[in-house]
Ligand binder design. Structure first.
Ligand SMILES: [Fe+2]
Ligand SMILES: [Fe+2]
Length: 178
């Protein structure tokens, strides 16, 4: 009984817990001051970027494939917000490193994350949860948990090359379970 419940909610909980973990790290940086929080800020940045990659590459394609909604609907909005979140994150990191941080930027990012995360938890995670079998949820979770740590400096270097992504590309890597 307990195992079944854990399987049923595993994916939703995994991503919601990650939101809470990242929120706490960001709150800590804001309280301590970003200039004194280099380790926490880098942990936050690595975690947030990885979280977005997981959603864009593994979670959202399931929703888009099953619902048939990719160029409109909730994940279209979420993908666009991911783009903005990463732009703000990049400006934050560079601002802290160069001591040129716009003081309004952290609260702008925090506000965007708050409403973005609530929308995901209330709509997208619930939907994806119901679209996958317990076995495929378990397989996906195991895959996500095995992800090697993200290279933040490589991401920062790559950001200058990044253009507006094509939100409609790619199929669902988990379509075989649908
Ligand atoms: Fe997201
Ligand atoms: Fe999320």
């Amino acid at each position: 009984m307990i195992e079944k419940t854990e399987l049923a909610h595993g994916l939703h909980e995994f991503f919601s817990h990650d939101h809470a973990r990242l929120d706490n790290l960001f709150h800590k940086c804001m309280t301590t001051g970003f200039e004194n929080s280099q380790e926490d800020l880098e942990e936050f940045a690595r975690g947030l970027i990885q979280h977005i990659i997981w959603e864009d590459e593994y979670l959202f394609p399931v929703f888009e494939h099953v619902s048939g909604m990719s160029d409109k609907g909730p994940t279209f909005v979420m993908r666009a917000e991911h783009h903005t979140i990463q732009e703000l994150l990049y400006e934050l990191i560079i601002g802290v490193r160069n001591n040129t941080l716009d003081v309004t930027l952290p609260s702008t990012l925090q506000g965007l994350l708050l409403q973005h995360n609530q929308a995901e938890e209330n709509v997208v995670y619930e939907a994806v949860q119901s679209m996958l079998t317990p076995e495929s949820r378990e397989e996906l979770l195991a895959h996500l948990k095995a992800t090697p740590p993200l290279d933040l400096d490589a991401w920062i270097e790559g950001v200058v090359e990044v253009e507006e992504p094509d939100y409609n590309s790619g199929g669902s890597p988990f379509s075989k379970y649908d």
